[in-house]
Design a protein around this ligand. Structure first.
Ligand SMILES: [Zn+2]
Length: 480
């Protein structure tokens, strides 16, 4: 047996910032040494997580009738000025390009902070008839916003990876239905990564610039602050009309269509996979997000053990797993720690007893529990471990989220939760922007996130904070 040493990372529930920075470094995820503020390098271990998220999202978008497209990074500045609220929301955040090849550009360009202003002028050319609708398309890309709120890598960078889908419909009903479909796509991706979320409809004063309805997907992190990981917006005719998108109906009338957009933040979902599942030994990854899914470790560097490890690894690779044999010169204990830090879902130790008896010692990363599996039963056991692990990660993650949703029916109770445990606080809200600002000031930063978008929740007659007539049961949280 290998002796247990001290856990290499702090308790993430107590020192989340330190935990996150250390795991990011030791598990070789985001590298902050690039040298441009707000920009990080995505190392291969992080890109495996990112690609797994992209794959599930793209698969479900395509299955729901979307097609992939790709727009240029640069957008003419005049396009930004077309929709008034949109320009107000983004003009202070955009990176602009004035020069090229040492010469002033005739027309100033900006780098996309989101792509409505690039896409709608082209949609105006492509969409002509009711037969062109619905038009559902997405792009997988990076967007750029000059964020001033500095936070940790992947949470709020100046460059982040996402998918943006931009859909156009003949009717409002179809556009509304798209918001529900976007929620289902988000749900499937989050389930694939064993992540929980609360779909919350944002308040009118807190919507995406130019949106008529915004639904966001919020998750509480180990420090009980909330990360918005994806959003979907009903844009109505707010972009189609000013950008001149129209179609001829079956009866020959010119009609301005409705549109929606959906932006799952892939960088942020990756940050959730890291933060929600990790522990004091490092990352804990679901199989699909792991660069190496099974590591085979000969406990000593003896030819018989190494050879047996390699033959076992070859069989697993043949069965479709991403496998590595660690026959390096470190001690077995050092190797165990390294692969635990990387979040490798399954470790198989090979000692003389295992090699001779053909009964393997298999350790699952999430529970760190060992079990004995006969060699000829391994290929049947691994998919079961994958399923069990995903279910257990999901159960734990939902348990954490649910245990951090509190309800307050008085102002005092609300303040007590805000000063005490933190997390989400449900309360009856009047809908007032001034009331929300007052709560934020009194609680040291708790923001009204909005009401649940997926279920109806009953509310009291008057606002828990100000006593004005209550309009909804809203969620409060501190956010990244
Ligand atoms: Zn109020």
């Amino acid at each position: 047996m290998v002796k247990e040493a001290k856990a290499p990372l702090p308790d993430k529930y107590k020192q989340f910032g330190e935990w996150y920075d250390l795991v990011s470094e030791k598990a070789e995820l985001a590298d902050v040494r690039y040298g441009v503020k707000g920009f990080v390098v995505f190392r291969p271990n992080l890109m495996t997580i990112v690609r797994a998220i992209y794959e599930t999202l793209e698969r479900d978008l395509i299955a729901s009738g979307h097609r992939a497209m790709l727009f240029p990074l640069l957008i003419p500045f005049r396009n930004l000025l077309v929709e008034k609220e949109h320009v107000k929301g983004f003009e202070n955040q955009v990176f602009t390009v004035d020069k090229a090849g040492g010469e002033e550009l005739e027309e100033r360009l900006f780098i996309r902070p989101t792509s409505e202003t690039a896409i709608y002028p082209m949609y105006a050319l492509w969409i002509r008839s009711h037969r062109d609708l619905p038009f559902k398309a997405f792009q997988s890309c990076a967007v750029y916003r000059h964020e001033t709120k500095a936070t940790r890598p992947l949470f709020r960078g100046r460059e982040f990876l996402w998918i943006e889908s931009h859909d156009v419909f003949a009717t409002r009903e179809e556009a509304e239905a798209q918001l529900r479909e976007d929620l289902e796509i988000t749900r499937k991706t989050f389930e694939a990564m064993a992540l929980p979320f609360l779909p919350i409809e944002r308040e009118p004063f807190d919507r995406f610039p130019g949106a008529e309805r915004s639904v966001a997907y919020d998750v509480a992190l180990p420090d009980r602050q909330v990360l918005q990981s994806a959003t979907t917006h009903l844009l109505g005719k707010r972009f189609t009309s000013p950008f001149g998108v129209s179609f001829l109906s079956a009866s020959g009338e010119k009609v301005v269509p409705e549109s929606t957009c959906f932006g799952p933040g892939v960088s942020r979902i990756a940050a959730l996979v890291i933060s929600v599942h990790g522990d004091e030994y490092g990352l804990v990854l679901p199989f699909r997000a792991a660069s190496v899914q099974v590591v085979v470790i000969p406990i000593r560097n003896e030819p018989a053990l190494v050879e047996y490890s390699r033959s076992l690894a070859a069989r697993l690779t043949g069965a479709g797993y991403r496998v590595r044999v660690d026959d390096g010169s470190e001690t077995a204990g050092e190797k165990f720690y390294r692969w635990e830090m990387l979040g490798t879902p399954v470790r198989i130790e090979i000692g003389p007893r295992e090699a001779e008896g053909r009964v393997l010692t298999v350790t699952r990363r999430d529970t760190r529990k060992r079990e004995s599996v006969p060699e000829d039963g391994l290929l049947a056991r691994l998919p079961a471990i994958e399923t069990e692990m995903l279910a257990e990660l999901s159960r734990k993650a939902w348990g954490w989220l649910n245990s951090n949703v509190h309800e307050a029916s008085t102002r005092e109770a609300l303040l007590a939760v805000a000063r005490g445990t933190g997390g989400f606080i449900k309360f009856t809200f009047c809908g007032g922007e001034g009331c929300a600002a007052e709560i934020k000031a009194a609680t040291g930063g708790y923001e009204v996130r909005g009401k649940r978008a997926d279920v109806e929740e009953a509310h009291a007659a008057s606002c828990t904070w100000c006593g004005a007539p209550g309009t909804e049961l809203a969620y409060l949280a501190k956010a990244y």
